[in-house]
Write a protein that binds this ligand. Structure first.
Ligand SMILES: [Zn+2]
Length: 213
């Protein structure tokens, strides 16, 4: 994993799920955006941050898919003071991730093939709930904006700071689209609205969760 600088106090760790990093105070405490898929990703994120002199203080999960929340468990276990934030809507599956494969199996206990780490993360405890309608949140010395990016999940949030948008899975790279053919979206109408909104926006950088490293 490698830390890439985007702007002053804004970075991302490039990996199969890119991790946003924003410095929140002069003590080099950081907020990370998403946490990868499992314990090993959580461990490597911690190491990458600490090797670069940063201390993790907050995690915001853009949405509840396993490859975005799976590192929470390891980080919370080894850095119990870390605050985990997400919206009220995404919280239920972050704390009870078994419901994700249940959901994909029509409400029945999921078969083994649906219980692998790409669909089933380890649970973590959300320490601060963001109301679904919240548009901004203050963390130490900074204020971040929460941009609704509905469609991929019902309440996915983009994280906007200093005109850099961490856009979760609302955008995926051309290469990944060619590889997987059909992107995952639960609500097509909202997905179209989100894509039009992004097309009409003018941020300095758009950091998708996949396909940039
Ligand atoms: Zn996703």
């Amino acid at each position: 994993m490698e830390l890439h600088k985007i702007k002053e106090n804004i970075y991302y760790i490039g990996d199969t799920t890119n991790i946003g990093v924003i410095v929140v105070n002069e003590g080099n405490d950081v907020l990370i955006i998403d946490s990868g898929s499992d314990d090993s990703k959580g461990r490597r994120i911690l190491k990458t941050l600490e090797d670069n002199g940063f201390k993790i203080k907050y995690i915001i999960n853009t949405h509840m898919h396993a490859d975005h929340i799976g590192g929470n468990h390891y980080i919370q276990k080894h850095r119990p003071d870390v605050n985990i934030l997400t919206t009220r809507a995404e919280l239920s599956m972050i704390e009870n991730p078994i419901y994700m494969p249940y959901f994909l199996y029509s409400g029945a206990y999921p078969i083994k093939e649906l219980r692998h780490k790409f669909l089933l993360a380890k649970p973590s405890h959300v320490t601060q709930i963001i109301d679904n309608e919240n548009t901004s949140i203050k963390l130490d010395d900074i204020e971040i904006n929460l941009i609704p990016l509905d469609g991929h999940t019902e309440y996915q949030k983009g994280i906007l700071y200093d005109n850099v948008l961490f856009c979760g899975d609302s955008l995926i790279s051309k290469e990944l689209l060619e590889k997987h053919k059909i992107p995952v979206n639960v609500n097509i109408e909202k997905t179209k609205e989100t894509l039009l909104k992004l097309q009409n926006s003018k941020y300095d950088y758009y950091i998708p969760s996949h396909g940039l490293y």
